[in-house]
Design a protein around this ligand. Structure first.
Ligand code: ASP
Ligand code: CP
Length: 321
């Protein structure tokens, strides 16, 4: 195959949108080209035939200041399956340890003529700051508690493959919403696409002002899961918690863990999702995580396809139509 599939993306990708920093404010006409192109990359991945010349000569650098298994690996695979040169910068052994700042690190990589910079950072807004300083397209791979846009895209693609669309579905996002960039990006994307979103969790882990994002709030799983089409579980993000917010794992599971009994109040056949990494026995029971209703592995598969679409479309930003 000589050229990748084209979803008429240029119309939606003027120069100013050559970065992917978040989902907030994204119109469905910008979201859909990512999902459509990812859908075709998912098929190509299954047949092991991907357009390896699509990003030939382009350089992608993965710059991860926080731990990652899925996101970093799938960006690496995505770049390689499209023929890009992909570099994983290991922050732990970089000159960051000698006191180099984030901005100096990024401008150094920029001087090497990087085309796409994939950034994960503990500080909300770090990728947006870099985007102002570098020529490369910047992709936010998770910034603090702010956003994780490619996770929301891969979740949307997974849901769309099962229901044919997102409009009119009810999705419950459950657990530690306060510290979750996954929750925030999903709320923006799902509501933009016409889904109804509920957030479910303990009052200490649900931000007071979350209703302003157009979601319904529930404090019990029994209420929040009633008749939903999709149950999206979140990890308790202890690394971002301060003392009083951290319940014991046992107590948390007792009230907010997803088990078969709680899942039974959702619509029959409701999808069970989790962005990973999972903490089994804390937010989710293994019998649910490994059940037929679970699409957790499919989420991971769609993650590669979505990241291929993101690298592809961003690398075409500003091309003439
Ligand atoms: N992996 C996701 C993130 O980095 C979710 C999580 O870590 O719980 O945001
Ligand atoms: N879902 C997710 O972002 O996983 P990683 O933290 O392993 O990348």
């Amino acid at each position: 195959m000589s050229d990748g599939p084209r979803a008429a993306p240029q119309r939606f990708f003027p120069q100013s949108t050559r970065h992917l920093l978040g989902v907030q404010g994204m119109h469905p006409t910008r979201i859909e080209p990512f999902l459509d192109l990812a859908e075709s990359y998912a098929l190509m991945n299954r047949s092991r035939k991907t357009p390896r010349d699509r990003l030939r000569g382009r350089t992608v650098i993965n710059l991860f200041f926080e731990d990652s298994t899925r996101t970093r690996t799938s960006f690496e695979l995505a770049g390689k399956r499209l023929g890009a040169d992909v570099i994983n910068m290991t922050v732990a052994s970089s000159s960051v340890n000698k006191g180099e700042t984030l901005l100096d690190t990024a401008t150094t990589l920029n001087a090497m003529r990087t085309d796409l910079l994939v950034v994960r950072h503990a500080q909300s807004g770090a990728p947006a700051l870099l985007a102002q300083k570098v020529d490369a397209s910047v992709v936010n791979a998770g910034d603090g508690t702010h956003e994780h846009p490619t996770q929301a895209l891969l979740d949307a693609l997974t849901i769309r493959r099962h229901f044919g669309g997102l409009h009119g579905l009810t999705v419950a996002i459950c657990g530690d919403v306060s510290h979750s960039r996954v929750a925030r990006s999903n709320i923006h994307l799902l509501t933009a696409m016409g889904a109804r979103v509920r957030v479910v969790g303990p009052p200490t882990l649900i931000p007071g002002a979350i209703g302003a994002l157009g979601v319904d709030v529930h404090y019990t799983m029994e209420e929040g899961l009633r008749d939903v089409d999709v149950v999206m579980m979140l990890r308790m993000q202890r690394e971002r918690m301060t003392g009083g917010q951290v319940p014991s794992a046992r107590e948390y599971f007792r009230f907010y863990g997803l088990d078969r009994r709680r899942l039974a109040v959702a619509r029959p056949g409701a999808l069970v999702m989790h962005p990973g990494p999972m903490n089994r026995g804390v937010e989710i029971d293994s019998r649910v995580a490994d059940s037929d209703q679970s699409v957790i592995r499919e989420q991971v598969e769609m993650g590669v396809a979505v990241r291929m679409a993101v690298l592809d479309l961003l690398s075409r930003a500003g091309e003439p139509t």
